[in-house]
Design a binder for this molecule. Structure first.
Ligand SMILES: Cc1ncc(COP(=O)(O)O)c(C=O)c1O
Length: 381
């Protein structure tokens, strides 16, 4: 390898360092205010026992192939059937992860003559699919229902003949606020379109039995719902709920479903157990709601900031370097808090993303906010 070839990468990395945007991976340590393991299931004895029991039943570690070839396992099928029942979907498809599912659905379903209108804050994995789509695409300001409608009207006026696809997250991953789902569902209905709801951060936490924020919407035939399994469900993978014909279309056309080894059947067994835990152990959700309310009070009293109303509490910092310095100081003092910087969030909006989850308790939350209020002053702009 010539040094010139590597020098290009070096130059980019040096630029990232200068802007305090260089990233590296670090094993989590200290009290968990960073993970998406909202219900504390990642380490739960029930999930571990489900995997042990599946091994005893002879469930293999690896699928051994694509779902369309030898990789389809009865564990995948049982999970999909149980998830369809649980989430009230006509059919559910199990993907290896949420990233692949979002990329697959946005790149495969909207056709050339269609429109994808999506919230400007939608996750990178949806962007991946949207970028690959042949449809017309339009980003609209965060949570502005009127802007969604205007984009659809403008597209129709310019001769748009196909179907509009509205893409949102039910609970935004970096802001912790909610999408106006009833209004968006109504919009999709009036314009004969589809509403795609990414429930990644709401699954397990909100809705009856943790079915997500979209669970109570009346009409379902034009709604696609993505429930990722690596966050509150404590495992990995993603369950896409959709009308049967849409799911069948994906099985025939979605390249990253077709040309990829199926997820481990053991993980599918763990996700089945996680769904049962959602139904059997409502106290987890209630406990999380109590901790979230407590954290919201702390945020207001100690930092004079308004809570988001969910378990995701962003603390706006703005400057990348300052966000990193505060996060580092908190980590050094035993609180695992991470700085979120562009391009994950818009330029100039670096923040600390605090996750409230069942791996912490009120005492730890209070201690963290006490220390954070001091760190914010010590690193005042
Ligand atoms: C809103 C949202 N959608 C999708 C994903 C991707 O899910 P997964 O982690 O299962 O790939 C994430 C994960 O970061 C997310 O936050």
């Amino acid at each position: 390898m010539s040094t010139v070839a590597l020098a290009r990468f070096e130059k980019t990395l040096a630029g990232l360092q200068r802007k305090s945007r260089f990233r590296s991976v670090a094993v989590g340590s200290g009290t968990d205010f960073a993970s998406n393991d909202y219900l504390g299931l990642a380490n739960s004895p029930r999930l571990k026992a489900a995997i042990t029991e599946a091994i005893k039943r002879g469930v293999p570690v690896g699928a051994g192939g694509s779902r369309l070839l030898r990789g389809n396992h009865i564990e995948h099928e049982m999970l999909e059937a149980e998830a369809a029942q649980f989430f009230g979907a006509e059919k559910v498809l199990y993907f290896a992860n949420g990233y692949a599912a979002n990329a697959a659905l946005f790149s495969t379903l909207p056709q050339r003559e269609d429109l994808i209108v999506y919230d400007a804050l939608i996750h990178a994995s949806a962007h991946e699919g949207i970028l690959a789509s042949k449809a017309t695409t339009s980003a609209v300001p965060h949570n502005e229902v009127d802007a969604f409608e205007e984009a659809i009207r403008n597209w129709r006026e310019r001769g748009g003949k196909g179907v509009p696809w509205i893409g949102v997250e039910s609970l935004y991953s970096m802001d912790g606020d909610r999408a106006p789902l009833p209004e968006l569902a109504d919009l999709a209905q009036r314009h004969d379109g589809f509403l795609v709801i990414d429930e990644a951060h709401a699954t397990g936490v909100f809705g009856k039995d943790g079915r997500g924020l979209g669970a109570d919407l009346d009409v379902r035939h034009n709604i696609l719902t993505l429930h990722t399994c690596g966050k509150a469900l404590g495992a990995s993978g993603a369950l896409l709920g959709a009308p049967t014909i849409v799911a069948d279309y994906l099985v025939n056309r979605a390249r990253n479903f077709i040309y990829s080894t199926a997820p481990s059947p053991l993980t599918a067994a763990a996700v089945r157990e996680a769904l049962r835990i959602l139904a059997d152990e409502p106290e987890r959700r209630l406990h999380l709601a109590r901790l979230t309310a407590f954290a919201g009070d702390q945020l207001q009293s100690r930092l004079a900031k308004m809570p988001s109303g969910s378990q995701i509490l962003p603390i706006a910092i703005g400057d990348n370097g300052r966000a990193v310095s505060i996060a580092r100081q908190m980590q050094a003092e035993g609180f695992d808090i991470r700085a979120i910087r562009p391009p994950t969030v818009p330029e100039g909006t670096a923040r600390l993303r605090i996750s409230i989850n069942l791996n912490v308790d009120e005492q730890k939350i209070a201690a963290m906010f006490e220390r954070l209020s001091m760190a914010l002053q010590e690193h005042a702009p």
